[in-house]
Design a protein around this ligand. Structure first.
Ligand code: ZN
Length: 436
């Protein structure tokens, strides 16, 4: 234990009330997405806070991205604090949007109530608590090591919950996550204070449509039911595809364990007549369905190739077509994300692991997320591999009613982030705490 580490931990302890207040202030700005409320307001708040700590700030509106309009502008903030001399840049990226409230709350979702060592509210865990911890960690580090080498960046970005196109993707396209600007990226998503998330599985969404011919429901033999054709697709999935996917295991340390294989969800199914509004009291008409559609959500592994994943489904459909009269289908791509995983020996991984050891007295668990988050854009668009998710909060609480974050977890996590900065950025008068 060095003197610097102790001073950083003490500096975080001294900011405990400030960390709580900052989290509450962020939660009290309801940045629900969709549609993307109050992005500018929360950026203004972060701007005032970080300017006071010596950061230069920039506002970027992601004009023309999905959902951006004058009513719901996609605002992002990027703040940068230069050190005393050149060196690496450590970037903390937090998304500023939260999902809808939903039902079942017993506390005010935007109240930020503190009770039993927790802060309650939508976005406490996912991920305003993590953003607040990063801000406090950076401020504590700067005060303790005012002549540090390198730079610290903090960004608050829009739309993570809806794909990140108006947020991290937009910034990455403009070079904000390029290796010539940023060396290390930490995304304080709620992965628990003792876990380092290295990346995520891949995604392919597609719509499959089967075709039929409409006829009177009393004489279905005069038509051709698209729903029965889709039934054949579902049956083949049960018989052939699901067992095949269950057999594909990954070396990625995905949590929970059940996601350590390929998975496929059928997000929706619809065939025949459109569903009527709930207040329609009449009967449906007797018709043979001439269209049936499903949307599939295929999650794939780093060991799999997206082309092969698609070809597998197409081969299955072609096989059905070969054995089933009048079967025809269309398949449409909706969305795709390539899996990403940072190396365990990447610099940011080693630094956070060392800091976790110093703060929590244990080695971290290395995990991979079953679903994607903004790391995809940093990897694919920014071409920056040295990126992880690390932050306080219990992932299972994200998007739930009565979402909360533990104050002790936030404090510990902020200490880990401050010590990580000391690991990655030279601190000349820090009692030898830095070891590049
Ligand atoms: Zn999140």
């Amino acid at each position: 234990m060095t003197g610097l580490d102790d001073r950083l931990k003490a500096a975080i302890e001294a900011r405990r009330d400030d960390l709580i207040a900052l989290t509450q202030a962020l939660v009290r700005i309801p940045t629900t997405n969709p549609p993307g409320h109050r992005y500018r307001e929360i950026c203004d708040y972060v701007d005032a806070r970080l300017k006071a700590s010596g950061f230069a700030t920039e506002f970027l509106r992601a004009e023309g991205t999905p959902g951006d309009s004058d009513r719901y502008p996609r605002w992002n903030i990027v703040a940068r604090r230069e050190g005393a001399k050149a060196g690496d840049c450590v970037h903390f990226n937090g998304h500023i949007d939260v999902v809808e409230v939903g039902h079942g709350w017993t506390t005010d979702p935007f109240g930020g109530e503190v009770r039993d060592g927790r802060i309650y509210g939508r976005g406490t865990c996912d991920m305003k608590g993590g953003l607040a911890a990063a801000i406090v960690a950076a401020e504590a580090f700067i005060e303790t090591c005012p002549d540090f080498a390198g730079a610290i960046e903090i960004s608050g970005t829009a739309d993570e919950e809806t794909g990140g196109y108006g947020g991290v993707a937009y910034l990455a396209e403009r070079g904000y996550f390029s290796p010539d600007r940023v060396s290390h990226v930490i995304i304080p998503e709620p992965l628990n204070k003792d876990r380092i998330c290295l990346g995520h599985r891949g995604v392919w969404w597609a719509e499959i449509e089967t075709h039929g011919r409409i006829a009177h429901g009393s004489m279905p033999f005069l038509g051709d039911s698209a729903i029965r054709h889709m039934g054949a697709v579902l049956e083949e999935m049960e018989r052939w595809l699901y067992p095949l996917l269950a057999g594909k295991r990954t070396a990625m340390p995905v949590v929970p364990e059940g996601a350590r294989q390929s998975t496929l969800n059928i997000n929706s199914i619809h065939g025949g007549e459109a569903e009527q509004d709930a207040d329609f009291t009449g009967f449906p008409a007797p018709c043979v369905a001439d269209r049936c559609r499903i949307v599939i959500d295929r999650r794939f592994l780093i060991e799999e190739d997206l082309g092969e994943v698609k070809a597998e489904i197409e081969a299955m459909l072609d096989r059905i077509a070969a054995g089933r009269p009048d079967f025809s289908y269309e398949i449409r791509d909706l969305h795709e994300v390539i899996p990403t995983m940072t190396d365990r020996d990447a610099p940011v991984v080693g630094a956070v692991a060392a800091a976790i050891g110093k703060v929590l007295g244990r080695a971290p668990d290395f995990v991979v997320s079953p679903g994607t988050y903004d790391q995809k854009h940093i990897d694919r668009i920014g071409r920056l591999k040295n990126c992880i998710a690390y932050g306080p909060g219990i992932l299972d609480l994200a998007h739930q009613p009565d979402e909360w974050i533990g104050i002790e977890d936030m404090v510990d996590s902020a200490k880990v982030m401050a010590l990580t900065l000391a690991e990655l950025l030279e601190c000349p008068h820090g009692d030898g705490g830095s070891s590049p």
